[in-house]
Design a protein around this ligand. Structure first.
Ligand SMILES: [Zn+2]
Length: 418
C-alpha cells in the first residue's frame, strides 16, 4: 500500500509556507521526528548537521505547506450522483459495508493532501471505529474529528442516520449520548436539506428553545456545536444559541437569497465561522449543464451568483471561514477538496486570495475547529504536510498536484521515483 511511518526525516523544498506567513520561505526545510515537526527554517541555516538526516527528501520546484483540513465531510457517503441510494444499499448490507466505503474515502482524501477531516454526520458504529483505525495506523487516512450521528427531527434532514429528536428534552438526551459515545463535535440539522425529500431546506426544523437546549448541553459537556443552516432564521438561531460553526450558511428563503448583515456582524464579533461547502464541480457548472432549458439555466446562474455574493459579504463583515467540501454528497468526491478550494479564489470564486483560501484550509481551520496541534508548520505540531508542484500561493490550481503527503508522520504519498 506504500504508507510508512518515518522516524526521522528532512524535507527540503524550493518554497516552504507555514500556513500563516504572507510569503513562503525560499529554499526552506522541515525536519520531522516521529509524528511531530521538530524544526522549520531556511536551508542555508542547516549547516553540516543536515548530513545526519536520513532520509532526506528534496523537492526542487515544489512548495511544502501544512496538510489540508477538510472541515465538512460524510465518510460513509459515496459522492456519486446517488449517494443516498448507495448509502441505503450499503446500510442494508451492514456497518461493515459502510466501513469499507469510509476506508476508501479516507484513503482517497489523504492521498489528495487532506490530513484532517471533520465528519459531520455518519453513524457512530462507523465514524468512531474508523477514527480509531486511522489513529492506530490500521488504515491510511486523515486524522478524523467525528460528530457521529447528527441530531435531526422525525423525517428531518438526514434522518436515515440521525437521532430523531422532537423536543428540547430529547435533544439534550441525544447530545449526552453522543458525548458519552465519543463525539468530538455535536452536529445539529437546524434547517431541512436538499438531500432529504420532504424536509424543507428553507425553514428551521427546531425552535429557538430547542436549539438553545442543544447548545447549552454541548457547552456544559465541553463539546463544540456545528449547525447545518440554510435559511436566515436558522442561521440567526444558531448564532444566538452559541454554535461554533455554521454549515452552508446560504441565507436562502422561498423568496430568494436574503442576506442579513446584522447576523454577519454577530458572527464576526463572536468568532463564529461559516463553512461555505462550495464545490469545484458546482463552480465549473455554474452556467448549468449544456442542454439545460434557458430559463432554468438563467435561474441556476442567478442563484449561484447570489450565493457567492453572500460569502463575499460574510468575508467582508469579518466572519471567519473554514474550508469544507461536504465530501460524500452528490458530486463531492473525497479527493476533490483541493479543487474545491480553488473555487473560493478570485472574481470567479468568492473573492479570496489563494493565500486566504489556503489559510482557511490550514491555520485558520485549525484555529476555528480548536485543533491547535496541526494547520501550521512549526516545531511541536503534528507532522501533517503536503508538497505540491509549483506555487499554490501564486496559482491556486497548483494545489491539486500533490507529490508528497505526510499525515501525523506517516508518509502516504511519496515523490515519484522515491
Ligand atoms: Zn454535510
Amino acid at each position: 500500500m506504500g504508507e510508512q511511518r518515518v522516524n526521522r526525516c528532512l524535507i527540503t523544498a524550493e518554497r516552504v509556507w507555514d500556513g500563516r506567513a504572507p510569503e513562503p520561505v525560499r529554499e526552506g526545510f522541515v525536519r520531522i521526528e516521529g509524528e511531530l515537526i521538530t524544526a522549520v527554517g531556511r536551508r542555508a541555516d542547516l549547516g553540516a548537521d543536515a548530513a545526519r538526516d536520513t532520509p532526506h527528501i528534496d523537492l526542487p520546484g515544489a512548495t511544502l505547506l501544512p496538510g489540508l483540513v477538510n472541515g465538512h465531510v460524510h465518510m460513509a457517503l459515496s459522492g456519486s450522483d446517488t449517494p443516498i441510494r448507495d448509502y441505503r444499499r450499503e446500510a442494508r448490507a451492514g456497518d461493515a459495508a459502510l466501513a469499507v466505503r469510509a476506508v476508501r474515502n479516507l484513503r482517497s482524501a489523504v492521498e489528495s493532501g487532506v490530513t484532517t477531516v471533520r465528519d459531520l454526520g455518519t453513524v457512530d458504529e462507523v465514524a468512531f471505529p474508523l477514527r480509531a483505525a486511522v489513529a492506530d495506523g490500521l488504515v491510511p487516512g486523515p486524522r478524523v474529528l467525528a460528530a457521529g450521528r447528527p441530531i435531526t427531527v422525525t423525517g428531518g434532514h438526514c434522518h436515515w442516520f440521525g437521532h430523531a429528536c422532537d423536543t428540547a428534552a430529547e435533544v439534550r438526551v441525544a447530545v449526552r449520548r453522543q458525548v458519552r459515545d465519543g463525539a468530538d463535535w455535536i452536529k445539529l440539522m437546524l434547517s431541512g436539506g436538499n438531500l432529504t425529500p420532504r424536509s424543507n431546506p428553507l425553514r428551521p426544523q427546531y425552535s429557538a428553545a430547542e436549539v438553545r437546549a442543544c447548545a447549552e448541553e454541548s457547552d456544559r459537556l465541553g463539546v463544540p456545536l456545528a449547525v447545518h443552516a440554510y435559511d436566515p432564521v436558522s442561521i440567526r438561531r444558531a448564532v444566538d444559541a452559541g454554535a461554533r460553526t455554521l454549515e452552508h450558511c446560504l441565507f436562502e428563503t422561498e423568496r430568494g437569497i436574503e442576506y442579513d448583515p446584522v447576523t454577519a456582524e454577530l458572527m464576526a464579533e463572536r468568532g463564529i465561522a461559516f463553512v461555505p461547502t462550495i464545490s469545484g464541480a458546482m463552480h465549473r457548472m455554474r452556467d448549468a449543464a449544456p442542454g439545460t432549458p434557458a430559463p432554468v439555466a438563467a435561474r441556476f446562474h442567478k442563484k449561484q451568483t447570489r450565493i457567492r455574493e453572500v460569502f463575499r459579504n460574510l468575508l467582508a463583515a469579518g466572519a471567519p471561514v473554514v474550508a469544507g467540501s461536504d465530501a460524500g454528497v452528490p458530486q463531492r468526491c473525497f479527493d476533490g477538496f483541493p479543487a474545491d478550494l480553488a473555487a473560493l479564489v478570485g472574481d470567479d470564486g468568492i473573492g479570496m486570495t489563494a493565500r486566504q483560501a489556503l489559510a482557511a484550509a490550514t491555520s485558520g481551520a485549525a484555529e476555528h475547529l480548536g485543533i491547535s496541534d496541526t494547520g501550521v508548520l512549526a516545531p511541536g505540531r503534528r507532522a501533517d504536510l503536503l508538497a505540491v508542484r509549483g506555487d499554490p500561493l501564486r496559482d491556486i490550481s497548483a494545489i491539486v498536484q500533490p507529490i508528497v503527503v505526510l499525515a501525523g508522520g506517516v508518509q502516504v504519498l511519496r515523490p515519484p521515483g522515491a
